[in-house]
Design a protein around this ligand. Structure first.
Ligand code: NAD
Length: 555
């Protein structure tokens, strides 16, 4: 089954330094990033191969994991390994500038694209849930999402609170792999945050790693802590959001900002119903899965109703990409759930129109000093970008590395290629100790079709058109990324999204210069294309000013 594993397995840590266990740096990078995804400091449940986001896995089962590692170690510089939903299925002769790994995860023929079919196939060992960066081996812990979350809250501050969250209270839920970034992103924007979480271990982990300031065991205690705080404070409140949100309403307490990052996209695994401990929830899930789903939906309805009521009373509410609204709309006939907006149309789409998105990189040396050097390079390359400077400085101060040292910042079309080439130069000149891996989330400008999230409310109504991520994956393959992935169901769940990922290795060679320049230009360029095609003026302007060749826009 998907969970099969030997009983005891030593913790996995990526190798560091310059000694290769593979035949080239691209294979080595894939190996290290796969292992890094499963490092206990990075993954949420490494013993089950689960990296983050509900059940997002890095490999289908332990036998597949071992076979992927063995195959990467023998893979030649002109061969490509194919991964089918976490299982290594073939090696073919390609050529040196081709991707070393091509990955397809969780894809189903559309008519079969629902959780019931998926779970049945998963139980039979035929597929796995790849989430976004879990199955495509470029997850870097909660930092990966901190920047996007920071940017989102900064935009909330600009649009609604005069540019700062000072003196505001955000109430949210979920301190998992992604959601764990929320309290830090809020305090980085100078606001207070109460993040409700049912699992005490998750709160402890976020407090230990500096993502959340303190834990509270009751709403009163949380409110008191915030009341007494001198500066911005984040509180991890042990509780169930489906209890806390109505409790706020009852007390007439209207938070300034409300969102949510429970794993609502996955009814069966991602959202604990009210009245159930983690253990009781697990028991019911096992004994009567349909009854369990029903309890979850009851709680989600209560939760969403409270959000809508608090929105009526003046709270700024947005869906944070977990399909909470979609679940109650589709399974409880509650279309009014969409009366509060998704975060992409509200805050992120203007960035996508400029080809901006979550550019991330990791130091294969394992040396945090290498990230310091790349940070300086970014600051030197883009002196005019004040918000970027603020982010890098705050990140240096507040972000604890998990696994291989890594960094993320949002860069636009043109900027990403510039940064990639500069990093390759650092490697070539020996200014960093080993090659740098450059990748991104699938939540990006040109790489995702997800009508309840990234492509919600597109100007031309093209929300559900999934050709764009397919083109993106083919384009990145043609350009010579080091590995390329095409997934279904990440973020919002099976049936709701199609998306693509890419990773490129800066190993200091001239060939890497060529590949990086092509990939890091075309990849965000495909996002400018997608948004210009949908009619966004800002994307058309970006294409015209920066020379993106779009036959029916500026051809
Ligand atoms: P995760 O599964 O690691 O964490 C979810 C957390 O929610 C868990 O800690 C769980 O204990 C908690 N939880 C569940 N039910 C709860 C309840 N009723 N009350 C309080 N806490 C509860 O998931 P993650 O990686 O943090 O992702 C969270 C969601 O955000 C997922 O749906 C994911 O797909 C989505 N996501 C959003 C973005 C984004 O950019 N906004 C990016 C990636 C993923």
């Amino acid at each position: 089954t998907a969970q099969s594993k030997p009983s005891v397995r030593p913790a996995i840590h990526a190798p560091t330094g310059t000694e290769l266990s593979c035949r080239g740096w691209h294979q080595e990078a894939a190996l290290r990033m796969l292992m890094n995804n499963l490092d206990p400091d990075v993954a949420e449940r490494p013993e089950d191969l689960i990296v983050y986001g509900g059940t997002g896995r890095a490999a289908r089962n332990w036998a597949c994991y071992d076979a992927i590692v063995a195959t990467l170690k023998r893979l030649a510089d002109d061969e490509t390994l194919l991964i089918q939903s976490g299982k290594p299925v073939g090696v073919f002769r390609t050529h040196e500038a081709a991707p070393r790994v091509l990955i397809a995860n969780s894809n189903l023929v559309p008519r079969w694209g629902n959780w019931d079919e998926f779970r049945d196939l998963e139980d039979r060992g035929l597929t796995m849930y790849g989430q976004m960066t879990a199955g495509s081996w470029i997850y870097i812990g909660s930092q990966g999402i901190v920047q996007g979350t920071y940017e989102t809250f900064a935009e909330v501050a600009r649009q609604h609170f005069g540019g700062t969250l000072k003196g505001t209270l955000t109430v949210t839920a979920g301190l998992g792999g992604m959601g764990g970034a929320q309290p830090l992103a809020v305090t980085m924007n100078d606001g207070h945050c109460i993040a409700v979480e049912v699992d005490p271990w998750r709160i402890q982990r976020r407090v230990e790693t500096g993502y959340c300031d303190v834990r509270a065991d009751s709403l009163d205690e949380a409110l008191q802590l915030i009341d007494q705080a001198d500066g911005p404070l984040s509180v991890g409140l042990l509780g169930n959001i489906a209890d806390v949100m109505p409790a706020l309403l009852e007390r007439g307490l209207v938070p300034d900002i409300i969102t949510d990052q429970t794993s609502a996209h996955d009814l069966r695994q991602g959202y604990i119903p009210t009245g159930y401990s983690l253990e009781a929830a697990a028991a019911l899930r096992e004994s009567d899965p349909k009854a369990y789903d029903d309890k979850v939906l009851d709680s989600m309805v209560t939760h969403v109703r409270a959000i809508l009521d608090l929105q009526d009373k003046g709270a700024v509410c947005f869906d944070y990409g977990n399909n909470l609204r979609g679940q109650v709309k589709d399974f409880r006939n509650m279309p009014e759930a969409f009366d509060f907006p998704g975060f992409v149309p509200a805050y992120i789409r203007p960035l996508f129109c400029r080809g901006a998105g979550p550019f991330r990189w990791a130091a294969l040396s394992g040396d945090p000093g290498d990230i310091r050097i790349t940070d300086e390079t970014i600051l030197e390359l883009f002196p005019e970008k004040a918000a970027l400077h603020r982010w890098i400085e705050k990140a240096q101060e507040k972000i604890h590395f998990q696994g291989l040292p890594a960094r993320i910042c949002w860069l636009e079309y043109g900027e990403r290629a510039k940064a990639g080439l500069a990093f390759n130069r650092l490697v070539r000149e020996g200014k960093v100790k080993a090659p740098i891996v450059i990748g991104r989330d699938h939540l990006d400008t040109g790489s995702v079709a997800s009508p309840n999230r990234e492509t919600e409310a597109m100007a031309d109504g093209s929300d559900a058109i999934a050709d764009w991520p397919l083109l993106n994956a083919m384009l990145n393959t043609a350009c010579g990324a080091s590995w390329v992935s095409l997934h279904h169901g990440g973020g919002v769940g099976i049936g709701y999204s199609q998306h693509a990922g890419m990773v490129c290795v800066a190993d200091g060679t001239e060939l890497a210069d060529e590949r990086l320049e092509r990939v890091l230009t075309a990849d965000p360029g495909s996002g400018v294309m997608r948004h210009a095609d949908a009619g966004y003026d800002e994307a058309v302007t970006t294409a015209n000013e920066r020379g993106v060749d779009l036959p029916m826009v500026n051809g």
